[in-house]
Design a protein around this ligand. Sequence first.
Ligand code: ADP
Length: 447
Amino acid sequence: MFQKILIANRGEIALRVLRACKELGIQTVAVHSTADADAMHVGLADESVCIGPPASRDSYLNIHQIVAACEITGADAIHPGYGFLSENAKFADILAAHNITFIGPSGDHIRVMGDKIEAKRTAKRLGIPVVPGSEGAVSDEKEALRIAAEIGYPVIIKASAGGGGRGMKVARSEEDLLVALNTARTEAGAAFGDDAVYIEKYLEKPRHIEVQIVGDGAGQAIHLGERDCSLQRRHQKVWEEANSPALNAIEREKIGGICAKAVADLGYSGAGTIEFLYENGEFYFIEMNTRLQVEHPVTEAITGIDLVHEQIRVASGGGLSVTQDEVRFEGHAIECRINAEDPKTFVPSPGRITHFHTPGGLGIRVDSGAYSGYKIPPYYDSLIGKLIVHGRNRVECMMRLRRALDEFVVDGINTTLPLFRDLIGNIDIANGDYDIHWLEKYLAKAE
Ligand code: ADP
């Protein structure tokens, strides 16, 4: 087991990882920018190292500083959290060369899944259902027209190097397609330095359903069921739940089993998420994230399995703590992402929190680095906390969530709490009846 883990992240996820380390009796090192000197995880860590000025590229993305902090403190492993360096294959390779364990998959697995065309090809080879479309990159117009005619309109053009919902264009006709192909390539080239694009069938009303997996790197892997993350704004998830209101136990076992077998065959190590669009009873792979996800707590709530413990165990060579047969799904969990943003315009709202009171009671979990008097710096993303609620079934979970939202107080800044208080009273939300466009339409109506 590791003696000391350096946490290469900030905010709620740095605190989340720190808690797991403490439980396992592992020493912790926090790294932080000058803007985060007052952060809660910095105060709670055994040691802390300032790694640079506020801008992420000079601090949380600064590989040299982070490796130096590891060597100074004698940390033997790094947990990257999510975002920042968590899916940077070069970082994983550099750590390996320095004999520091990267708590995550190999650089090669990160690389394959970071390239969307390569990821899709690999998924297909491993028996994961994918969206019908081009086999690899498409460059000339003739080929694009032929493929689109084969799969049928509408189609979507996606950048191989894309991410965060950027670099995508929908085409509903041949004329559309020619324009979309050119703009997508130009945009992808400018944004990602790689103009490779591919085509797939555009699904009109899918849900976003993702499967959590953990592999031991030696050919064993389990799945921990799915999360439904269909409630999104600008491709950013807002509300996540497990299980998905749209799946039954048979479908769950089937897709979960396919994913677990695929990552076992790949020899994958660590936690990962296989993301699908789901429409008319069919799953279509869109990407794999080779890291812990923001929404992982809903899976923890219904399985009782601590995903960060599993990540650390696997990375240290200790294997998985559970077999697939031992995994049970109990009750229902929902996560609301509390952002420091105006709940109507979504304009970021950094600044001082004058009063911070979190809800409590049975089935309530709040993951947040915020506290009364904490000043949210303006340099990073606006997620300030996550409210995760568990109940024996979805109805109980929703009742408890409504109560918890009422108790939550954040004064001094704007937050998205009022949005969730509205959503909880909506009939479609109550019925679990929504697709990936539902929230955008709801927000447009409310304007
Ligand atoms: P990124 O890595 O940029 O997030 P994804 O491939 O995960 O890209 O897709 C992001 C979002 O774009 C999806 O959650 C979905 O809303 C939409 N999308 C992607 N592919 C399709 C498709 N074939 N049909 C319909 N919507 C799609």
